[in-house]
Every structure is written in structure tokens, then in C-alpha cells.
Design a protein around this ligand. Structure first.
Ligand code: NAD
Length: 473
């Protein structure tokens, strides 16, 4: 008797064999060069599999796409703690509970296909519509700081736009990143979609990232990271969405609700040990606000460094052996208690944020630290505080915050600092839609100007003019 096995059944069997062979939930590339769940050995393999998935995805309806996105949200939420644990154990950055919150935010607050509203023009000459078409294969370069949350956020946006995506993860976050990609594909396949809508290279490096960004089958490059990757992406010769670094300053003046300002600054600057790109990195207080602000900050789980302690800590966290001072990777994203231990202050696991009073030209105000250390300086009045905050932001065009009830001052800073995100009287997280209105994005187009990215960022505009008829009025 002949044995009839459908292609879907065959695929299921192959997948379960691969999973058994690889064991321990470890993701591995598929047998015989066939990419399964996006797990690819080479850039070519990853791009080819994504190109096939893009074609298959294009044959699906918008309703199907909505269903696939719901499946990605659901699997991300179901595994938010697992992915947070994996990211924390692999990267040693940030805090486990905050990584869960980031995964949850990415799944719940990333918009789907609903953001792709068409545009229409009607008049004597009929009806013209604009619709949003996918690019095809997107190359996504992802950071070590938010590995699974950026990938979940990018997956939802890029899938909503109808694209397939190839990820080159940060080498120090490759395992949790590839696990996220595996889960995303499993969800889409279980919802009736194609496998490999998101692929990734199992052993990513700067070299695989460079090769991916200039690959002939890649239609759009999306780079989320520091200055070097933004520059590399802009050299790729492709259309680029560059989500670069920042150094978000906060201004606090004496008209603010100071207790609330302190709580918000603490929340943003201590969240995930301040490795979020939007997190409060430096505070400028007016002279009149400084004393009450510090009093409120001391009521929170903070530790104020003495001058000697700060000098000792700087020797550990800032490296000065290169052309410019830079942060010591050994301490990036570590808990405040680890930084304290390095200067001999032990047993302070209760501390979430270190505070230090510094002069206006102190290096900590100008370095994107990515550590739970908050430099605080003063300015004589609110206008001087705003001017200094603009210097500290350094033209990255990323994020800034202000706590004040002075409408003219709030308005002045909003205009002059010219950042992509500006939060008034809230924490930086409000700019991501957490405790503030609006959707979320974990890829914030700064250098290239897209702002909070959505599916709308990853589409081509197409126009269809229907001449003389079709207007219904
Ligand atoms: P990173 O720049 O070290 O790495 C980011 C990614 O780029 C990684 O995948 C890395 O392998 C790759 N990369 C780095 N240099 C490269 C090069 N020369 N060529 C090709 N690929 C290269 O950054 P990180 O430490 O992973 O993340 C933190 C940085 O990212 C911070 O500066 C932060 O502000 C920024 N960031 C920005 C956003 C945003 O939305 N604007 C979001 C998250 C992080």
C-alpha cells in the first residue's frame, strides 16, 4: 500500500526530527541546507530562504497577515519570561524583570496592518489611491541591549508591511535572538503562513552583517545600534533606516512637581540598568530645583556617590587608553551593586541607581554610558539649563525630557532641542508608549528621520489613478 504524506506533514516530521537531533531547545540550521524556522548557517542561505518566504507571503491575504501578527504577539507573550531569561543570561546586561516588560511592550504596543491606511484623492478627474507595498527582503541589524524585544517589534512591523526579514543579531546575543526568530516562525507556520518570514545567521559577526547589508537580494537595510553600524549601513548603497545612539538629557526646573520629577527620572534612568537608548542619561537642574530634587531622589532606591567614590568608579568604568574616553564594556548594563562592589562598597543589592553631582563640563554628562549612574549638574536658570541640555544631547536627535510647569520654557526646549522624542513631565518610558499615549517602537529612526518606526516605515508608496469615473459623489 502506497504511503501518502502531505507536504505539510512531511515538513512537520522533518522539523520534529531536527528538533530531536539538536536537542535541549538549541536552534540549529535545517538538514541538507534547508532552512527551518529561520535558522541559517550563511548569509546567502538566510537571504534565499527569506526571499522564498517573501514570495509565499505575498500570496496571502491581508487577513492572513493579521492572523500571523496575532500569532507572533501571542508566542512572544507566552515566552516573554523565557526570552528575557535567555537574554539576561547570555548578555549579562540589564535586569530580568525589565526585559520581560520590554518583550511584553513590543508584543502589545507595536501596531500591525491597521497603521497602513490608504490615501485617496477624488475630484472631477476621478479617483486616485495610494497604497503601501512591501519592499521584499529587509536586512535588520539588531542590538545587544534589547535583543528579543527589537526582534519582536521589527517582526511585527515588517510582517505587517508584507516583507520578509533577515536578522544579523549582535554576536553577544545570538542565542536568544535566534530563539526569538525560531519562535516567530513557529507561530506563523502554525497560523498557516510560510516558514522563514524571518531568518537569521546562527553565527553573526560584523562581517556577516556587512555582507547582508550589501547583499543583492536585500531591498532595505534597517540598522539599530551605535555610530559604527549606522555608518556601515549608510555605506551599503541601499535604502537605509538608521536607528542610532543618543544621550538623552533631562531638565528639571523649580516650577516642576519635584517629587514626581524625581520618581520619573529614577524610573527611566534605572530601567534595565539604563541600557535603553531613550533612558535618562544626564540631569540638568536649575539652581533653585537642585536641593529639593536631590532630597526626593534620596528617598528612592538610590546611592549618592561621594567625590572620592566617583573618582574611584570612573577609573573602573571609563577607559582612557584610546583616542577618546569610552565606557568599559565589563560594566555596561550591570547592576548598581556591581559598580559599587568594584569600589569596595558591598552588599547594596537594594540600590538601583547611583547619583553623582558633577560640574557642567564633566565627561559623564557627555558619554552614552548605558550604566545605572546618573550625573546631575546645575544651571543658574531654566534657559541656561535648556542650553546646556542641548550641548549634552550633542545633536544625536534622539530623546530628551523636561519637568516643568513653565509653559514657555517647555515650549522653548521642545523646539530647540529638536530630538525625535521629547517627553514633558513623564519618564522616558512614556515616550515609548508606556505610561504615555501612542504606540511603541524599539527601532527609532534618528539619523535617517523616520522616528518611531511602524509598518508604514517599511513600505513603498504606490499610486493608482482611476480616470474620470469611480468618484461616487
Ligand atoms: P552596537 O552598535 O555595538 O551593535 C548594534 C548592531 O550593529 C550589532 O548587531 C552589531 O553586531 C552591529 N555592528 C556594530 N558595528 C558594526 C559595523 N561596523 N558593521 C556592521 N555591523 C555592525 O550597539 P549595541 O551595543 O548592540 O546597542 C546599543 C547602541 O544602540 C546604543 O548606542 C543605543 O543608543 C543604540 N540603540 C538605538 C536604538 C534606536 O532605536 N535608535 C535602539 C536600541 C539601541
Amino acid at each position: 500500500m502506497a504511503l501518502h504524506i502531505s507536504e505539510a506533514e512531511l515538513e512537520r516530521i522533518v522539523r520534529s526530527v531536527v528538533s530531536e537531533l539538536t536537542g535541549n531547545g538549541q536552534s540549529k540550521a535545517g538538514v541538507g541546507g534547508r532552512v527551518v524556522n529561520g535558522q541559517s548557517r550563511t548569509v546567502d542561505e538566510a537571504v534565499d530562504a527569506a526571499a522564498v518566504a517573501f514570495k509565499a507571503l505575498s500570496a496571502h491575504s491581508l487577513d492572513d497577515r493579521k492572523r500571523f501578527i496575532e500569532a507572533i504577539r501571542a508566542i512572544g507573550l507566552k515566552n516573554k519570561a523565557l526570552l528575557a531569561k535567555m537574554a539576561h543570561e547570555e548578555t549579562h546586561l540589564g535586569r530580568y524583570e525589565h526585559k520581560i516588560a520590554k518583550n511584553e511592550t513590543a508584543c502589545n504596543l507595536t501596531p500591525g496592518v491597521e497603521i497602513l491606511e490608504p490615501r485617496a484623492f477624488t475630484g472631477d478627474h476621478g479617483l486616485t489611491v495610494h497604497e503601501w507595498a512591501p519592499f521584499g527582503v529587509v536586512a535588520a541589524i539588531t542590538p545587544v541591549t534589547n535583543p528579543s524585544s527589537v526582534i519582536l517589534n521589527n517582526a511585527i512591523c515588517m510582517m505587517a508591511a508584507g516583507n520578509a526579514t533577515v536578522v544579523n543579531a549582535h554576536p553577544s546575543a545570538k542565542v536568544c535572538s535566534m530563539k526569538t526568530i525560531e519562535l516567530i516562525n513557529q507561530a506563523v507556520v502554525a497560523a498557516g503562513g510560510p516558514d522563514n518570514v524571518m531568518t537569521g545567521v546562527l553565527e553573526p559577526s560584523i562581517e556577516t552583517g556587512t555582507a547582508l547589508m550589501s547583499h543583492r537580494k536585500v531591498d532595505l537595510v534597517v540598522a539599530t545600534g551605535g555610530v559604527a553600524v549606522v555608518r556601515a549601513a549608510l555605506r551599503s548603497g541601499k535604502r537605509v533606516v538608521a536607528a542610532g545612539p543618543g544621550n538623552p538629557p533631562v531638565v528639571v526646573d523649580e516650577t516642576a512637581d519635584i517629587a514626581k520629577a524625581a520618581k520619573c527620572v529614577f524610573e527611566g534612568a534605572s530601567f534595565d540598568n539604563n541600557i535603553l537608548c531613550v533612558g535618562e542619561k544626564a540631569v540638568v537642574c536649575t539652581e533653585a530645583a537642585m536641593r529639593p530634587f536631590m532630597e526626593e531622589m534620596r528617598k528612592l532606591p538610590t546611592y549618592e556617590l561621594s567625590g572620592d567614590e566617583l573618582a574611584a568608579l570612573l577609573k573602573n568604568i571609563v577607559l582612557t587608553d584610546g583616542p577618546k574616553p569610552r565606557m568599559n564594556g565589563q560594566f555596561v548594563g550591570r547592576n548598581a551593586s556591581v559598580l559599587l562592589e568594584s569600589i569596595g562598597v558591598r552588599g547594596r543589592e537594594d540600590v538601583y541607581l547611583l547619583l553623582c553631582r558633577v560640574p557642567q563640563d564633566h565627561q559623564l554628562l557627555y558619554l552614552e554610558q548605558m550604566m545605572p549612574v546618573l550625573p546631575i549638574t546645575t544651571a543658574p536658570n531654566v534657559n541656561a539649563a535648556i542650553d546646556l541640555a542641548i550641548e549634552i544631547e550633542q545633536g544625536f536627535g534622539h530623546s530628551a525630557m523636561m519637568h516643568s510647569r513653565d509653559l514657555a520654557a517647555l515650549s522653548r526646549m521642545a523646539k530647540l532641542i529638536d530630538t525625535t522624542l521629547f517627553v514633558k513631565n513623564g519618564s522616558s518610558l512614556a515616550g515609548l508608549g508606556v505610561g504615555g499615549e501612542g504606540y511603541t517602537a524599539f527601532t527609532i529612526g534618528t539619523a535617517t528621520g523616520e522616528g518611531m518606526t511602524t509598518a508604514r516605515t517599511f513600505v513603498r508608496e504606490r499610486r493608482c489613478a482611476l480616470v474620470d469615473y469611480f468618484r461616487i459623489v
